[in-house]
Design a protein around this ligand. Structure first.
Ligand code: GRG
Length: 311
């Protein structure tokens, strides 16, 4: 990501002109461009490893997490260009989690993002190494390419590592693969928050950290509702989604005997839960809108998109 390597020592505030704010579609385009530029330095002979990492990284994807980083920073008045390294880092980590989740030892998916999964195309060995490369490069992006003071980079990295480690995604995935059976709704939500919610919450947290040193309870509440909404909708899509749209073969939760909002409470209640989480996320955004200097619309559109998504 050569062009993003900046000597700027602090985050730059955007001009508060309505024309300088980016819409959701523009944020999407911006992050796609930045992801395409991410560099994977590798020794001669390891070209196929880089090709594999790029195959997964650039193979579609809604880019919800990096867009959240950018949209939150923008809502707080920060120029989107200044937060791209962290936004990209989070998408690299997310892509790693999809590669790992698809492996035969996990969910053994044949399709992801509408294409053949990485391990089926390149083999398990290269898929695992490509996943590792994505994780390492993600950390390098934050440590080296993210403009801002060193303490900011440390806090960003800490947020992301907490979300991915044993107290986050890895712990959640462990409970999942060892067939941990949630006792009740609260326990199910805890499990799902670890596996899916923590990285979404970290994306929002990174966006606000990049803007200032304050806590933002309204953003935190938005992130938690959105994280839960994302997983409830994922549970619904696993039951009702069409492979053509979903980009993977649905029904993996049921086949794996996984407890979800649908298998525990039924489709109708899962939809009601999704709708109330969506409302809750919009309520938090009203609070955000009452003080944020930048636009909240892209965040609102993300919440709508997460509720209505078909993939
Ligand atoms: C990150 C170190 C590290 C390990 C990962 C495999 C694992 C440990 C965790 C699995 C987490 C997982 C796959 C959770 C499911 C999350 C989920 C709903 C993914 C789908 O996300 P979308 O819909 O996908 O945003 P796209 O393709 O749009 O990016």
């Amino acid at each position: 990501m050569g062009s993003l390597r900046s000597s700027a020592s602090s985050i730059v505030r955007a001009e508060r002109e309505p024309t300088s704010w980016l819409s959701l579609a523009e944020l999407h385009e911006k992050v796609e461009g930045a992801l395409a530029e991410v560099d994977f330095p590798a020794p001669a002979g390891a070209e196929r490893l880089v090709e594999a990492a790029r195959y997964s990284l650039l193979g579609g994807g809604k880019r919800v997490r990096p867009i959240l980083v950018m949209a939150c920073a923008q809502a707080l008045g920060v120029s989107v260009d200044c937060v791209l390294p962290t936004a990209c880092a989070i998408e690299l980590i997310h892509t790693n989690s999809l590669i790992v989740d698809d492996l035969p030892a996990m969910d053994n998916h044949a399709k992801r993002r509408g294409r053949t999964t990485l391990h089926r195309l390149y083999g398990d060995d290269i898929a695992i190494l490509a996943g590792c490369a994505l994780l390492s490069e993600a950390q390098r992006l934050i440590l080296e390419d993210q403009p801002g003071p060193p303490e900011l980079r440390n806090r960003l990295l800490r947020s992301v590592l907490e979300a991915t480690g044993t107290a986050g995604m890895v712990g959640g995935q462990y409970l999942d693969v060892t067939k941990y059976r949630p006792r009740d709704r609260e326990d199910l939500e805890r499990l799902q928050m670890l596996k899916t919610g923590t990285l979404l919450v970290a994306s929002v947290r990174c966006g606000t950290l990049l803007a200032d040193d304050r806590t933002h309870p309204a953003f935190d509440r938005f992130a938690e509702s959105l994280g839960s909404l994302f997983q409830v909708v994922d549970d619904i899509l696993d039951e009702t989604g069409k492979a053509r749209w979903l980009g993977k073969i649905p029904g993996s939760d049921r086949r794996a005997g996984r407890m979800t909002h649908v298998t525990m409470f039924g489709l109708r209640r899962a939809r009601e839960t999704a709708s109330s989480l969506h409302e809750r996320s919009l309520k938090s955004l009203e609070e955000v809108g009452s003080y944020a200097p930048g636009p909240v619309d892209p965040l609102r559109e993300i919440a709508d998109m997460v509720l209505r998504r078909e993939k």
